[in-house]
Design a protein around this ligand. Structure first.
Ligand SMILES: *Cc1c(COP(=O)(O)O)cnc(C)c1O
Length: 391
């Protein structure tokens, strides 16, 4: 018990096993450091894990969002709707391409982008005014993308699913079928992050999944400077091309957003434990749900299929509880300061009061420790500290 009290407990953390280390060392001793055979293996296995046709590994989740926006043709005349309760990158990717970000408020129970608010926004403007929607599987709770697809089709919009919080998560569709986050059935593109606080850690790292071959080809090109060595795709004339094996073409203004081969090996090794780790997160969530059931603590929406990246409680005296936990070496966190209240977005015209549900949520939310290696003993200590706080 004593060791539990002195060791600090973060809200989220990675685990690295000996098998992970061996997998990385093996690549370091091989011929490939950047894109080699482990990239393709990670992409294939990840695509299979989420049930999508294609996957593109990238340097990080933000790069993944940027390339999605580029591949979908976001430019200065593009308007895109997303949620204010997300990591800023979900919105920023539109700005990277010069597009306009519009926010819509969140649902007060699920904390997800409120589809009714999105519909209101779409209906208030002529068709074609908005080009896309970026829903986020916030905290691991899967968005009903079937409903979003219907809405998007009505208004000619594309969908990027920000699934960073939800590898392995799913929602139940209207045919009572499980639809996994990032499976490409409803969204045009989905993105994931392998930052250490996420389910699967590669240091930095990201992935795009899709079922759309045209977008997949475009993303592969954009990941590597817009350069291709694939002769079947060359655009220059035959006499320019027929020079030798060194020939390549830069066809679009791409970036260097590659993941390294040793990171991919770490990803493959981590992915092998994904199901087991997800089961542990769900077990921890259930234990929290039970512990807080008849208390003043509001627990998160425990929808089937929740991948529990975060466990967000709501409490009247959030600051007091945050400080109390900190004094006990428990590092809770707040997800998120609403995007529209960031100075950058305020300068673009957003202000306090624009999204009251999101702002109210922000006043009370607190993410308490949730990661697969959290022990029952540690969790009991967290629960004890939350419940013995007298504000
Ligand atoms: C982590 C995260 C990102 C960005 O991923 P990075 O790999 O850190 O660039 C984007 N969106 C959401 C919702 C995230 O949680």
């Amino acid at each position: 018990m004593n060791s539990t009290k002195t060791k600090s407990i973060p809200y989220g953390r990675q685990t690295i096993t000996d098998a992970d280390i061996e997998a990385v060392v093996k690549v370091l001793k091989s011929d490939f450091l950047t894109q080699g055979p482990n990239i393709a293996e990670f992409e294939n296995k990840f695509a299979e894990y989420v049930g999508a046709k294609y996957a593109v590994a990238l340097a990080n989740g933000t790069a993944a969002l940027h390339l999605c926006a580029m591949a979908l043709g976001v430019n200065s005349s593009t308007r895109v709707i997303t949620t204010p309760i997300t990591f800023a990158a979900s919105a920023n990717c539109v700005r990277y391409c010069g597009g306009e970000v519009w926010f819509a408020d969140i649902d007060r129970d699920t904390f997800l982008l409120d589809i009714n608010k999105v519909r209101e926004l779409l209906e208030k403007h002529p068709k074609g005014y908005f080009s896309g929607i970026i829903p986020v599987d916030f905290a691991g709770n899967a968005v009903d993308l079937e409903a979003y697809r219907k809405l998007a089709d009505e208004f000619g919009c594309w969908i990027i699913e920000d699934a960073c919080h939800a590898p392995g998560g799913f929602f139940i569709d209207s045919n009572n079928k499980e639809q996994k986050c990032g499976n490409g059935v409803f969204a045009d593109l989905a993105i994931f992050s392998f930052h250490p606080v996420k389910h699967i850690a590669t240091g930095e790292g990201g992935m795009i999944t899709t079922n759309n071959k045209t977008l997949y080809d475009k993303l592969n090109l954009l990941r590597t400077h817009g350069i291709t060595k694939d002769a079947s795709r060359f655009k220059n004339s035959a006499d320019e091309i027929a020079q030798g094996g060194w020939y390549y073409e830069m066809q679009e203004l791409g970036y260097n957003y590659r993941l390294t081969d040793f990171q991919a090996a770490l990803g493959v090794s981590q992915l092998a434990r994904a199901d087991e780790n997800l089961a542990r997160r769900r077990q921890l969530a259930k234990q929290y749900d039970d512990a807080f059931a008849s208390t003043s603590i509001t627990t998160p929406d425990n929808t089937t299929g929740n991948a529990y990246h975060l466990y967000v409680i709501q409490t009247e005296d959030r600051l007091g509880l945050y400080n109390h936990l900190r004094a006990n070496n428990i590092f809770a966190q707040v997800h998120y300061v609403p995007c529209h209240l960031m100075p950058y977005y305020k300068e673009l015209g957003f202000k306090k009061g624009d999204f009251p549900v999101a702002e109210r949520y922000y006043e009370h939310c607190l993410s308490i420790p949730m990661f697969h290696s959290l022990t029952d003993e540690e969790q009991n200590f967290v629960v004890e500290c939350v419940l013995n706080y007298k504000g």
